[in-house]
Write a protein that binds this ligand. Structure first.
Ligand SMILES: *Cc1c(COP(=O)(O)O)cnc(C)c1O
Length: 426
């Protein structure tokens, strides 16, 4: 019998340290590992034996975290990275090449939009942006050069849930993988692989760590995609020149993508998570389900209170009955639809600035998924350089603030919003 989520988040991927019996996962603060002899070294470099060579590739502390995240997502394997943005590049790197493209959602984390627009161009990759409420539009955007579909499970900044099974069907029909950024849902609220996704990426910076201490990322592979079927993924199906001609898919089966991510991705791109960072995230992940349940409970209470307040124009939370996404949320996200949403405030730009300045418990920061309640007024910060029209299209209109509801007492969160809204509307 597979163990439950609450057990896996504490135990999966680790055992008491074989060298010392240490119960908690030790921080293996080392760069390199001594080979038993020259044959051992050769076997490791040939991928004939799994072991440790150099911490840019693998490290036991980082490996424990990767195994735990893979178990929580129901994947075959995972690779940890230095940040969520590194995970996105690393996830697409084995699939892409100059002239190739991905089809992605118009609703994305702001930094992801920038990466997909400006950084992609430097690699010769392109991203086609489509409304993911319309699976037919996603299908229509796919061409012969499309190598992946990418979306967020619960999308930034408005907390919009995605119909992952419907999008996965489109990906299957096209013979390309669906990549889901599961950062704001976490595997507690959403298991994209169970819904048909091939790959899952995370910014572990957010809820998985949960306390705003470190940046990190992860890529999880379902192990189910046939990389050799179409000839579209030569990095995995054909002899790899940067790894003495090994055919990853033929040699490693369901672990091909994960091994490629380590043996080529981390080795050559170097976007490695450090063991100290992995330690903080391992500590955080032990309480993931407890925190997420409280995040969701608080978000529901705060969203309902805000929606009923005359100083508020609208609240985007899909947990509200008034949301056009409420039915989808109930069907696919029965444990809740996260704790991230946007609020339109009466009084526009000035009222939002006063609200942000007036809050005392909330922190005004460019982050989400902390135990602390966070707020950001995108129009005066992250989206400052855009025109008002561009801001409105990006769900970052002048009158909109984004809230990331923490795990404090809901009554205290509401009291803080109440007093700051009084200042904002004075
Ligand atoms: C924060 C975030 C990222 C980027 O992660 P970093 O760890 O900051 O690099 C990507 N996607 C989503 C949904 C995020 O919230």
């Amino acid at each position: 019998m597979t163990q439950g989520f609450d057990t896996l988040q504490i135990h999966a991927g680790t055992e008491p340290d074989p060298a010392t019996g240490a119960r908690q996962v030790p921080i293996y603060q080392t760069t390199a590992y001594v080979f038993r002899d020259a044959d051992h070294a050769a076997a490791l470099f040939n991928l004939q034996e799994v072991g440790y060579i150099y911490s840019r590739l693998t490290n036991p502390t980082v490996g424990a975290l990767a195994n735990r995240i893979a178990a929580l997502e129901g994947g075959a394997g995972a690779v940890c990275t230095s940040s969520g943005h590194a995970a996105q590049i690393m996830a697409l790197y084995p699939l892409m090449g100059p002239g190739l493209n991905i089809v992605t959602s118009t609703r994305l984390y702001g930094g992801t939009y920038t990466q997909f627009t400006h950084v992609f161009r430097r690699f010769g990759w392109t991203a086609k942006f489509v409304d993911f409420d319309d699976p037919a539009a996603v299908a229509a955007a796919i061409d012969d050069n499309t190598r992946a579909i990418f979306c967020e499970s619960i999308a930034n900044p408005a907390g919009v849930p995605t119909d992952i099974p419907a999008i996965a069907k489109v990906a299957d029909a096209a013979g390309i993988p669906l990549v889901v950024d599961n950062t704001s849902a976490t595997p507690f609220l959403c298991k994209p692989i169970d819904m048909g996704a091939t790959l899952v990426v995370h910014s572990t910076t957010k809820y998985l760590t949960g306390n705003g201490t470190v940046t990190g990322g992860a890529i999880v592979d379902s192990g189910k995609f046939d990389w050799s079927a179409s000839g579209k993924f030569p990095s995995l199906s054909e002899p790899e020149p940067a790894y003495h001609g090994i055919k990853f898919h033929e040699a490693l089966g369901p672990m091909a993508y994960t091994f490629y991510g380590i043996a080529v991705g981390l080795r050559d791109l170097g976007m490695t998570m450090n063991p100290q960072g992995a330690h903080y995230t391992l500590m955080g992940i032990e309480t993931l389900s407890l925190r997420m349940a409280k995040h969701v409970e608080n978000a529901q209470k705060v969203a309902e209170w805000l929606e009923a307040d005359p100083r508020i124009e609208s609240v985007s939370y899909a947990g509200l009955k008034s949301s056009r996404y409420h039915a989808l949320a109930e069907r696919l996200y029965p444990k809740g639809v996260g704790a991230l949403f946007t609020v339109a405030v009466k009084g526009g730009y000035d009222a939002c600035v006063k609200l942000v300045n007036g809050l005392e418990l909330f922190s005004h920061v460019a982050n989400l998924g902390d135990t602390r309640s966070l707020i950001i007024h995108s129009a005066s910060t992250t989206h400052r350089q855009l025109s008002p029209e561009q801001r409105a299209a990006a769900n970052a209109g002048d009158n909109v603030v984004r809230l990331s509801i923490g795990t404090e007492d809901a009554a205290d969160i509401i009291a803080d919003l109440d007093q700051a809204l009084a200042k904002a509307s004075a």
